[in-house]
Every structure is written in C-alpha cells, then in structure tokens.
Design a protein around this ligand. Sequence first.
Ligand SMILES: [Fe+2]
Ligand SMILES: [Fe+2]
Length: 271
Amino acid sequence: MKKSLSLIIPILSILSLSFVFIFYLKVDSVASILVVFSLAVGYILFYLVKDSKRLSLSMQSLTVETQMKQPVIPVRNLYSIESYKHKINNLNRIIGSYDSYTMEHNKEVAKLTLLLSDKLEIDDNTAQIIYYAGLIHDIGKIHIKDEIINKPFALTKEEFGLIKGHSERGHEMIKRVEGLESLAKPVLYHHERWDGTGYPSGLIGFEIPIESQVISICDTVSAMKNNRVYSNSKSKQQIVMELIYQKDKQFNAYIVDKMLEVLHTDEYDKL
Ligand SMILES: [Fe+2]
Ligand SMILES: [Fe+2]
C-alpha cells in the first residue's frame, strides 16, 4: 500500500501541474501532453530501477517459510558426511593449533546451527551439512597472521582485505578434500548479507544458500556472546536487540525470529 502510494502520488501531482500548465497558461496541448507523458514514464522507470532490489526482497519474504525447508546446495547423504566426521574434527583441531579462539568459536557455531536448524525444521541431511560446515567455517583464517586476527584496534584496508578473503580461501581448501565437497559452498557464502552488502559475492536474499544463512547468524551470535580483544561480550538482551535491528539487513527476518526462539532455550544457556 505504502509502495503504491509513493508511485501514485507523484504521478497525480505531475498530472495536476500539467492541467494548470495547459488550461491556465494556454500552452499548446499536444506538446504539453508529450511532456507530461515523458515525465510520468521517466518517474516510473526511475522508481522501478531504484527499488527493484528492495521489492524483490520483500516478495521473497512472503514465501520465506516454505523456502527455508529447501536446501539450495545438493547434499550428500547423511551417512557419507557422518563418515567423514573424524576428518572434519581433525581439521578443526588443526585450526586450533593456529588459533584456539577460532577452534572454540567454530564448535560453538556448529552447536548453535543444530538448535536453529531444529527451529527452522530443516531436514536432517541438510542440518548435518550445516553443522559440519559450521565446524570448519573459518578454516580460511589459518592463512592469516595471529597479530592481524587478534589486533585490538582498527585494521588497515589491506588487513581487512586479508580477513575478508578467509571465506574464499576456506572454500578453496575444503572443496579439495575428498568427501567434504558439499561443505565448501556453505563456507564460501557465510559472510553474505540478506540485503546484498556482504562478501565475497554480494548475493542478495535467497541467492544466499540456506546453509550459509544459518551459519551466518550463528556466527554473529557466537561473536557477540564472547569477549574478543577488540570488543566486549554482549548480554543476551543486547544480542536480541542487535538481531532485531538486523532484520532484512544482515539477516532474513524469518531466520531472526527463529534465532530469537533459540536464545530463549535452556540448550542455548548451556552453550
Ligand atoms: Fe568467518
Ligand atoms: Fe566465524
């Protein structure tokens, strides 16, 4: 309703002004109609191009509940990914030998994904893929020096570029490990944002695989609930406020609602 008003009101204004132009100033009517027509068409095109991304996002939100249950990435069956769990746990231990915080963070994110997948009613196979991808989602950081990862003050542009590259590096590493190929894409897109301003690809809305959307919000919650050298941990109430603020910005609003339910469970408090 609000969107159609914002389209109709300016068109009516242009038409009214045109009638004044034609009847009171006695300007040639054919030329005036052409001017009016051009202005109206120009405005409509401008409006449609400017808001096309936002409109498509809000239309996607209407069907979010059904799409949540449909994984974008083809999954290996439960037994095949489960049979590689020792390999995946060993990879996270290797991450721990470089940076113990990242190893613990990966474990926490993985546990959170199980709680959230349950609330989203994601099927078991996909939930397992998300869990194991969560367990190694920051593996690309092992290429980055400890001084940069744990820098207590602002990063330089180059340092931030290195940090941003970790999702692509992680993807490159994981896709080469036999049996773990289905974990590569969820890792690649775990820093994409619902509004299209994330990285590495600037995917928007449902272009972001559901697997990555789940890891992304669990990643953010884990980061907020723990102390880092550059930021203090946030209270549960602060986390709730931040998640609500990020609805339709960083995250899909429906997933935020389900994450808020997770935050109020005993399992979350035991993490
Ligand atoms: Fe990350
Ligand atoms: Fe992370």
